[in-house]
Design a protein around this ligand. Structure first.
Ligand code: 13P
Ligand code: ZN
Length: 279
């Protein structure tokens, strides 16, 4: 039973998620980051009620322009902060920021008590929020970047290609095509924390909620803590099975295209997109 509590309901949900990601071995040290596009009226009311004396800080230029996110408010992990500390030091690990000046700057509203700034991957988070908000009709609100070991291992063992990776995972567990019918899109190894990795990811995020940052980690978008955890957990589980199969000399048989099509027919109503890569 989780006894963690916090005056900000979104921190109350996000801190246990971050801690659980650490306990899964996905977020060592400051590895990984998280952001949540919050319902504006609700978070504004919460901050006014619990922190009436807090004034917004001075605006800081954003790494990329995000005009479609003007005025949005995000709960985001600070650069250099440890997911392991999320329950113990939530006000240090997390901050709440708002995009201002036409989506060209952000200002701190709350948190980052040790003076941190939003994650160094903020450019990709912003690009992803803008795209996935549009593509999902506003449903997706949360971005999680982790370093899950089995998933990363595959980027050393397989071609860096979206179809090959997606099929390898779908063919290992029947749940996979249902949970990520949009597949996993591969981005080559690029310098972390750059606008370049944000731009390369943006192209792939138009088609999928799940990105592989080759030799680095996973980057995923979903609606809430349960769904984003389940998505990463499922991809990592299938990756572990695939890696074991590779380690044992390769598969003798797989879940074939016919079965993948039958799964799509039976569970289509649960899927967020029509699967590609089925031919
Ligand atoms: P931050 O500490 O800046 O969030 O960076 C962690 C990371 O995983 C970079 O890809
Ligand atoms: Zn990372």
């Amino acid at each position: 039973m989780n006894s963690f509590t916090h005056p900000i309901s979104f921190v109350k949900e996000a801190a246990p998620l971050a801690h659980m990601c650490w306990s899964m071995g996905w977020n060592e040290a400051n590895g990984g980051n998280f952001s949540w596009r919050l319902p504006r009226d609700e978070i504004t009311a919460i901050l006014a009620r619990h922190y009436p004396d807090l004034a917004p800080a001075e605006p800081v230029a954003m790494p990329i322009d995000a005009p479609d996110l003007e005025g949005e408010i995000f709960l985001v992990t600070g650069s250099g902060q440890f997911f392991r500390h999320a329950l113990e030091k939530p006000n240090q690990v997390f901050g709440i920021v708002q995009t201002v000046q036409g989506g060209t700057a952000w200002r701190k509203l709350w948190g980052f008590s040790s003076g941190a700034q939003p994650t160094s991957e903020f450019a990709t988070h912003l690009a992803a929020h803008a795209i996935r908000k549009r593509v999902s009709g506003g449903r997706e609100r949360m971005i999680l970047h982790c370093h899950p070991p089995e998933f990363i291992a595959l980027s050393f063992l397989m071609p860096l290609e979206s179809r090959a990776l997606t099929r390898a995972l779908w063919e290992k567990m029947p749940e996979c095509i249902v949970i990520f019918p949009d597949g996993v899109r591969v981005v080559p190894l690029l310098l972390p924390g750059t606008v370049e990795i944000a731009e390369a990811s943006a192209a792939e995020l138009e088609r999928s909620r799940v990105i592989s940052w080759s030799h680095h980690g996973i980057f995923a978008s979903e609606e809430n803590p349960d769904k984003i955890f389940a998505l990463v957990e499922t991809v990592e589980k299938a990756s572990a099975i695939h890696r074991r199969v590779l380690s044992a000399g390769g598969a003798r048989q797989v879940i074939d295209t016919k079965m993948l099509c039958q799964l799509t027919e039976k569970f289509g109503a649960l899927m967020v997109a029509k699967p590609e890569f089925l031919d």
